[in-house]
Write a protein that binds this ligand. Sequence first.
Ligand code: ZN
Length: 373
Amino acid sequence: MKTSFNKNQISLGSIYGIPLTFDFSWFLILFFLTWILAASYFPSEYKGWEKVYYWSIGAVTSILFFVSVLLHEVGHAVVAKKYNHNVKKIKLFIFGGISEITEEPKNPKEELFISAAGPAVTFLLAIIFYGLAYLSKGNIYLYALFHYLGLINLILGIFNILPGFPLDGGRILRALIWQKKKDFNKATQTAAGIGRVFGFIVIAFGFWEAMAGYFIDGIWMSFIGWFLESAAFSQIQTGKISKYFEGHIVEDAMSKSYGLVPADTTIAEFIQNDILIKHRRAFIVEEQGKNIGLLTIHDIKKVPQEKWEQTYVTDVMKPLSEIKIVDINHPLEEALKEMNRDGVNQMPVTEDGKIVGMLSRESILSFLTTLNK
Ligand code: ZN
């Protein structure tokens, strides 16, 4: 197993060709759970153990809990792969796990099976651990270990099939509505709406719990409710924006006029003749009738003023082979998503391999304002 580190994530090899990563927050979770189990849960359920047993059984339980969450995600990922979805990676973070599946499901049946696979694994684990607990009744330590894992997987499974939208239950609900109404966007809106209502109920329940004297539990519950509500709300917003973009391609929002700059232009000439007069932010650099690069104001800012005379646009431009280019017939919403993902403000648009325009955040915005009229 190859392990590597980057910023906040540790990569842990892969399963079925799907990379596994986990966030450093998981160390906190593992430690916290071990501590709760060793200092509070196990001592109150099973009295009179030596301290070292509370802590070692606590630690093993935490690690197996971690494995359980991982297997839940593997369940989603394996079924998604079966339907030929590209699963970028499985990520474990503070709220649990996520399988990063790049595309939306193609039909209700796919969505149903991919969403249900995770909870199915979790419920199966609950049954297995309860079974192991039953079989190890003679050994109190093993019994405590398996019994807790059975219980936690049962709770996790139930939590996951609740109808909150980012939860599996919300997706299962969307699949069922989608199957019935035959409209993905409407199904998303309805499922997210139910998810919001559900989030408010959880918040209210949390407040009631806090009032009743279980302050920490109540606050935690309200926090989960707030998380569910806002996730469902942002899903509704995204859905509204999608509706605007529906049926539109890059051609509708690109600007057909874009700046052309000959390759033998110096930065000083460029600033004087192009930027100041044409009010554009991005230009295509041309050499003997061929487009060779993209030049943005951002690139120019890197050149100190005293070097403007000696520096050519070709020195600071980004070669076309290295930048993101979009086809004129590409769905507009996809193109905007790609711009957001790669953090770029504009993309040259091509038709049959030739540049025919420029898609930028500004051009998309002005397209959207014309739609509203
Ligand atoms: Zn899940």
